[in-house]
Design a protein around this ligand. Structure first.
Ligand code: APR
Length: 252
């Protein structure tokens, strides 16, 4: 593990343009279950019945049963060492942008400023009837939350069957095509179009550093450095090693 951390730290230290692509795995140590690991959200709720825009339009109260479960967990979640470590790399000028599939706002809470949210953010709600917007906090405790026009509100997250926000898509593709290093953290990389980011970066010469509890289909195809284990521990060690290198350079 030590050699892999050193190798990855060297790549990040040398890179002039580093990105991170993160998934639910980076927030598991904050108490938020991921989707596809054993015991993940999709083992409890069938995504076909709970996570498509069609399901929401047809049975919003039912979908809000899952959303409320998630809200109770996410609203109490704190950024973990992985979120904080990426925020530190950003403030050191060694991480230019985080592209996240998560909607938990934990990258921002962990200090990152430049975050592209592929699947939206659960902190605001919208009315599909009249277009009014609300903060989720203002509607906490109301189940399901309703608009003043009485329609059931939808969280501003991207359901299956909805488009990824256009600016998120365009910016992320542009960044991925100019990246020199891409950290892929806590994602099974099975959902498109987020899972096309590593291939774009790779084709443009970026070094791919994958951090995951287990191997994914990227590991033996495009990953250059695979560091297996918990994101919190690994990213903390990585940031410490990068700081050591910066320090040693600083001493001339
Ligand atoms: N540290 C590192 N990796 C972890 C950890 C951890 N502590 N815990 C879990 N993982 C890994 C799992 O091994 C898995 O490869 O994180 C990955 C999580 O994969 P998924 O559950 O599929 O989550 P994600 O890749 O973010 O899913 C993408 O699918 O359902 C949709 O919209 C949803 O944004 C989500 C998208």
């Amino acid at each position: 593990m030590k050699e892999l951390i050193a190798e990855a730290a060297e790549v990040i230290h040398q890179s002039k343009m580093t990105l991170a692509l993160t998934g639910a795995g980076i927030s598991v140590e904050s108490g938020i279950p991921d989707f596809r690991s054993a015991g993940g959200l999709w083992s409890k709720y069938d995504p076909e019945e709970y996570a498509t825009i069609g399901a929401f339009r047809e049975k919003p109260e039912k979908v809000w049963q899952m959303l409320r479960d998630m809200d109770e967990i996410v609203s109490n979640a704190k950024p973990n060492k992985a979120h904080i470590g990426l925020g530190e790399l950003e403030s050191m000028g060694l991480l230019q942008c985080i592209i996240t599939q998560n909607v938990d706002n934990l990258h921002q809470a962990g200090g990152a400023r430049n975050v592209i949210e592929y699947h939206g953010n659960s902190s605001t709600l919208s009315c599909l009837q009249c277009g009014r917007k609300y903060s989720a906090k203002d509607k906490q405790g109301e189940f399901p939350p309703r608009c003043e026009c009485n329609a059931i509100l939808k969280p501003d997250v991207v359901f299956f069957g909805e488009a990824i926000p256009g600016d998120a898509l365009n910016r992320s593709f542009m960044l991925a095509s100019t990246a020199q290093a891409l950290m892929v953290v806590g994602t099974s990389a099975v959902v498109s179009p987020a899972n096309t980011i590593p291939g774009i970066a790779k084709r443009n010469g970026a070094k791919i550093i994958e951090i995951n509890k287990e191997e994914t289909h990227l590991t033996h195809s495009i990953t250059d450095i695979f560091i297996q284990g918990g994101a919190g521990e690994i990213i903390s060690a990585l940031v410490a090693e990068v700081k050591r290198r910066l320090g040693s350079c600083g001493n001339g």
